[in-house]
Design a protein around this ligand. Structure first.
Ligand code: IVH
Length: 692
C-alpha cells in the first residue's frame, strides 16, 4: 500500500524528505524481494511493487548523491535462501528496466541512437517478445549435456537446482545438432493457467498449500528440496536468452534464439522483429489484446536490440542492459456489480470485508469475490453495495476493487456500515486506536478462532498438557467433544467417545486424563497467558500475576477495569511494563460477557495457585532477563522457569529496559543488540553461577 507521502511529487521533496524516503523504500523493497524470491509468497501485487521501484528510481534520478549502498536499484532479486547449494553465475543474470508509457519507449530508442551515434531517424531492429510471468533460470550445457541449472538468486549467485530442472520435460537434457562446447541457456520456467488451477485443486483436496498465482506455483514447485515433488508439477520452459557461450552462433538475438530452437528449446511463438516505434507499440497493444486468451500469464513485452555487436557496445547500467527494456501492461481490469459485502473472520479474530461480485471475466479468469482489506479501505474508496465497480487482477489471483463508478451509482445507495459485532459469534468486534483491523473479542467462544485459541491454551508455555497435540484439538473440536477450554477438564465424562478410536487404546486415554488432571492445579501466570488475550505474552502475564497475586483478585480488578475512566483501569495502565495499549486489550477481553463467563467456569474447575513472591533476594530478583542462542546445560524452558522462580521477568526481546542478556551458542541479532545497547551480557556459566 502506498502511504500518502509517496503521492508527493518528487520535484517537491526536500533533500531530507528524499533521504528518509529512500531509506524506507530500500527496506520495504528488500522485504518484498525476500517474500517473492525466497518464500515465493509476495504480499503485494507486481504492479504495486513496480510502483515502489519506480518511485525509488525517480527520487534517485533527482538526488544522485543520495543513492544508497543498499539501494534496490543496485540489486536484482534477493540472495539465495538456505537449503540449496549456491552457484556463482559465469555471466551475471541481469534484470530489465521497466517502461510504462509511449514516451518511455521513445526515450529508450533515442538513448540507443545517442549511445551508438545513429541518426535521429535511423531504423533499429528490435526483437519484441512476450514477457512471461515465471521464474528465470540458467541452464549450463557442456558438450551438449545439461550440467548445471540454477535460479537467478541475486543475479550474481543463484541456487543449484540442477536435479529439479532435470525433471522438466521441456528442458532438453542433451542438445540436438552441432552445438558450442559451452552454452548457458537462459529462460523462464512457468506454469499454464489451466495447469495452475488444476494443481491448486489437487492441493486443496490434500489440504496443502494453495498458490496465489501461476508464477508462485512455478517457483514453489521448482524450489523443492525433494525433486520428486518437482517432477509431479506441470512445469514448462521458454528460452529467451543466454549467458556464457563458447562460439558465435549467429549475429543477431533472433538468430541465436532460432539456433536454440533447433537444439530443442521451446521459444515463444509470439515474438516479432520490429524496426520503428510504431511497430513496437502495435506489437505491445496487439499482444495486450491477446493476453487474456493466452495459455499462460504475461505481464508485458520485452524489446531487445537485435544486433549482438550493438548489444555489446550498449552494455549495461546498474542492474539492467541498455539494449533491452520491459514494456509492462497495466493490470487487467473489468467492470461488474458489487452484490454484497461479506465479513470473514480470520483465525486470530480479524474481520476482513470481502466484495461479493456479479461474476465477471478479468484477464481470462472468472472473478466472483475480491478483498476489500479493511474498514478504512471501504470508506476511502467509498464503495457501496449495488455499485458498479472496477475489478483488477494485478498478477495475483486475489483480485482488487479499484473503485466505484459514480455515474452508475443507484439513487438509494448508502455507505457501508462496518459491523461492530462478529458475524460468527456475535461478540463485540473492537478496533483499538491506531489499528486498521477490527477484531472479534469472542476468543475461544468464536468458532472462527476456537481452534487457534485452544491450541494455544494447551501449549507448552500455557497449560502444557502432555498428550494433547494440535491434531487432537482439531479432532475434538470438529467432533464437538470440546468447544471451550473448560471442556478439556470435562473430557473424562466423554471417555466412551474417546475409547476405541484409532491410536487411542485404554492406556493412552487414561494417560491423557492423568495429564489433564495434573494441570488442574496451575500457576497464575500460566492461566493468564493461556487465555490468549492480545498483547499478553508470558512476560506480561507474569507482571499481572505479580501485581494482583490471586486469580480472584485479578479477575475482579479486570472486570472493574473495563470502564476506561475507572481507578481499576488507571491502576492496570500504570503497572510498569503494561501501558495503555495492553490495558485496552485486556479491558476489551473482559468487556465481552462470554469471556467473563468462561473465567468463572475455569475458576470452578481449576485450583489456581496464588502468585508466590520469590523468597529472599537474589541478584536477578525483579530484573528483566533475555535468553538467546542455545544453552547447553539447561533447556531454554528450564532456564526461564528458574529465572522466574528467582523473581526475574523473562522477556523475548532485548530493549533498554533489559537488565541481563544470557547468550548461548550461535546467538544472533539479540546478542548483537545487547552489545550495542551496552547491556550486561552473561555467558551460560555466568548465568548458572548467578542462578545457583
Ligand atoms: S530478457 C538481460 N526476455 O523478466 C535480459 N526476460 O523483468 C534479461 N522474462 O529476469 C531478461 N520473459 O525472468 C527476457 N522474453 C523475455 C522474458 C524475460 C520473461 C523475465 C525474466 C527476467 C525478468 C525481467
Amino acid at each position: 500500500m502506498t502511504s500518502p507521502r509517496r503521492d508527493r511529487p518528487v520535484e517537491r521533496l526536500t533533500k531530507d524528505d528524499a533521504a528518509a524516503e529512500l531509506e524506507a523504500l530500500a527496506a520495504e523493497i528488500a522485504a518484498h524481494d525476500k517474500a517473492y524470491h525466497q518464500r515465493d509468497a509476495p504480499t503485494i501485487s507486481d504492479a504495486e511493487y513496480d510502483t515502489l521501484r519506480r518511485r525509488n528510481d525517480l527520487i534517485e534520478a533527482r538526488f544522485r548523491s543520495l543513492v544508497r549502498a543498499d539501494s534496490p536499484s543496485k540489486r536484482v532479486g534477493a540472495p539465495p535462501s538456505a537449503g540449496f547449494a549456491t552457484v556463482v553465475h559465469s555471466r551475471p543474470m541481469l534484470s530489465l528496466g521497466n517502461a510504462f508509457t509511449e514516451d518511455d519507449i521513445r526515450e529508450f530508442l533515442d538513448r540507443i541512437r545517442r549511445f551508438l551515434s545513429l541518426a535521429d531517424d535511423a531504423p533499429i531492429e528490435i526483437e519484441a517478445e512476450p514477457k512471461i510471468d515465471g521464474l528465470s533460470v540458467s541452464l549450463r550445457y557442456e558438450n551438449g549435456r545439461l550440467k548445471l541449472g540454477a535460479t537467478r538468486g541475486d543475479g550474481t549467485t543463484g541456487e543449484n537446482i540442477t536435479v529439479n530442472l532435470m525433471q522438466i520435460v521441456e528442458i532438453p537434457k542433451t542438445l540436438k545438432g552441432k552445438v558450442p562446447a559451452v552454452v548457458e541457456v537462459r529462460g523462464e520456467v512457468y506454469m499454464t493457467r489451466q495447469d495452475f488451477l488444476a494443481l491448486n485443486e489437487r492441493q486443496a483436496a490434500a489440504e496443502d498449500k494453495i498458490f496465489a498465482n501461476p508464477r508462485n506455483a512455478a517457483a514453489g514447485s521448482l524450489r523443492q528440496l525433494d525433486p520428486a515433488i518437482t517432477a509431479e508439477r506441470p512445469l514448462r520452459f521458454f528460452a529467451w536468452g543466454w549467458g556464457e557461450i563458447s562460439d558465435t552462433v549467429a549475429p543477431t538475438h533472433q538468430g541465436v534464439l532460432k539456433v536454440l530452437a533447433k537444439c530443442g528449446f521451446p521459444t515463444d511463438p509470439g515474438a516479432r522483429l520490429c524496426t520503428t516505434l510504431e511497430e513496437l507499440l502495435a506489437f505491445w497493444s496487439g499482444t495486450g489484446e491477446r493476453r487474456a486468451k493466452l495459455a499462460y500469464d504475461i505481464d508485458g513485452v520485452v524489446y531487445k536490440v537485435n544486433r549482438l555487436d550493438w548489444q555489446e557496445r550498449l552494455g549495461q547500467v546498474s542492474r539492467s542492459p541498455r539494449w533491452a527494456i520491459a514494456h509492462k501492461f497495466a493490470a487487467e481490469r473489468a467492470e461488474t456489480v458489487l452484490k454484497a459485502i461479506s465479513i470473514q473472520v480470520g483465525r486470530t479474530g480479524t474481520l476482513t470485508p470481502v466484495a461479493e461480485l456479479e461474476p465477471v471475466t478479468v484477464g481470462g479468469v472468472v472473478v466472483t469475490r475480491a478483498t476489500l482489506h479493511n474498514e478504512d479501505e471501504i470508506e476511502r474508496k467509498d464503495v457501496r453495495v449495488g455499485d458498479t465497480v472496477i475489478v483488477q487482477r494485478a498478477g495475483d489471483v486475489i483480485p482488487q476493487i479499484v473503485g466505484a463508478i459514480d455515474t452508475k451509482r443507484p439513487k438509494n445507495s448508502h455507505p457501508f456500515r462496518f459491523p461492530e459485532r462478529c458475524p460468527e459469534c456475535g461478540s463485540a468486534a473492537v478496533r483499538e486506536e491506531g489499528e486498521v483491523a477490527r477484531r472479534c473479542t469472542g476468543g475461544f467462544l468464536c468458532p472462527a478462532q476456537a481452534l487457534e485459541r485452544l491450541k494455544h491454551f494447551v501449549s507448552r508455555d500455557a497449560f502444557d498438557i502432555e498428550g494433547i497435540g494440535e491434531k487432537h484439538i482439531e479432532t475434538f473440536l470438529a467432533e464437538g467433544l470440546i468447544s471451550s477450554p473448560a471442556d478439556i477438564f470435562l473430557l473424562r465424562d466423554k471417555a466412551e467417545a474417546l475409547r476405541g478410536r484409532e491410536g487411542w487404546g485404554e492406556k493412552s486415554v487414561e494417560k491423557l486424563f492423568a495429564a489433564i488432571e495434573s494441570r488442574r492445579q496451575i500457576a497464575l501466570p500460566r492461566v493468564i497467558y493461556a487465555l490468549g488475550i492480545r498483547q499478553v505474552g508470558q512476560a506480561t502475564a507474569r507482571l499481572l500475576a505479580k501485581h494482583y497475586l490471586t486469580f480472584d483478585r485479578w479477575r475482579e480488578a479486570m472486570a472493574a477495569a473495563i470502564e476506561p475512566e475507572s481507578d481499576a483501569h488507571a491502576e492496570l495502565d500504570s503497572i510498569d511494563g503494561i501501558g495503555p495499549s495492553v490495558a485496552g486489550d485486556i479491558a476489551a477481553f473482559f468487556a465481552e460477557p462470554k469471556n467473563r463467563k468462561l473465567l468463572d467456569a475455569l475458576a470452578e474447575i481449576l485450583t489456581v495457585e496464588d502468585f508466590q513472591a520469590p523468597k529472599g533476594t537474589s541478584a536477578i530478583s525483579g530484573k528483566t532477563i533475555v535468553f538467546t542462542g542455545t544453552l547447553e546445560k539447561m533447556s531454554r524452558n528450564e532456564a526461564k522457569a528458574r529465572a522466574e522462580s528467582l523473581g526475574a521477568v523473562v522477556s523475548g526481546s532485548v530493549s533498554k529496559k533489559t537488565d541481563f542478556v544470557v547468550v548461548g551458542a550461535d546467538a544472533g541479532s539479540k546478542a548483537k543488540k545487547a552489545k550495542e545497547l551496552g547491556l550486561t551480557v552473561l555467558s551460560e556459566d555466568d548465568w548458572l553461577k548467578m542462578a545457583g
